[in-house]
Write a protein that binds this ligand. Structure first.
Ligand SMILES: [Zn+2]
Length: 183
């Protein structure tokens, strides 16, 4: 089932999400719906707050980035209760976008190398070291679980420049090819 995606300005996107356990109702169906919603809207990642749930759950399929970064080809993941730790000091600048912030693409600086520990869809613990595009995607989605949206991290001058467009998005004054929801 394709779910509507919450737009920038919705208070759910600003709340810190909570861990879940195996007993969370209909988790398999929820994960399936999140993938379906993400593919339909041509995203590479989707975090649960974006579909209105403040729980620590995200889905990723970074295969569209495989042309630039071949290791992204098989980077399809479900991450439950992820914890991200940062490795090294190297930073990477990446032009990011977000399904909750339609039509805005801006450079964001993030860590190039991270370690992420999470539970997969079978609630088995996984630890992965990631770098480059994969690390960027995980940090972007992980931020959603902390109530952070990528445009919080852009250059303040650019942010001022985008202010009226962000205001329009928060009022639903934006065209998208997928279902969205303001408040
Ligand atoms: Zn996003």
């Amino acid at each position: 089932m394709i779910l509507p995606i919450l737009l920038y300005g919705n208070p759910i996107l600003r709340k810190k999400s909570e861990d879940i356990d195996k007993d969370y109702p209909e988790i398999k169906q929820l994960i399936e719906n999140m993938f379906e919603t993400m593919y339909h809207s041509k995203g590479v990642g989707l975090a649960a707050p974006q579909i209105g749930l403040n729980i620590n759950l995200l889905v990723i399929d970074a295969s569209p980035f495989a042309e630039d970064d071949p290791v992204c080809k098989d980077f399809k993941r479900v991450m439950i209760n992820p914890k991200v730790t940062f490795e090294g000091t190297k930073k990477i600048v990446f032009e990011e976008g977000c399904l909750s912030v339609p039509d805005i693409h801006e450079n964001v600086t993030r860590y190039n190398d991270i370690t992420v520990t999470y539970l997969n869809e079978n609630f088995e613990e996984v630890t992965e070291k990631l770098s480059g595009d994969r690390a960027v995607v995980v940090q972007h989605e992980f931020d959603h679980l902390q109530g952070i949206v990528f445009c919080d991290k852009i250059n303040p001058i650019r942010k001022r420049f985008l202010k009226s467009r962000l205001n329009d998005i928060s009022r639903g004054k934006v065209k998208t090819s997928y279902r969205v929801k303001t408040n």
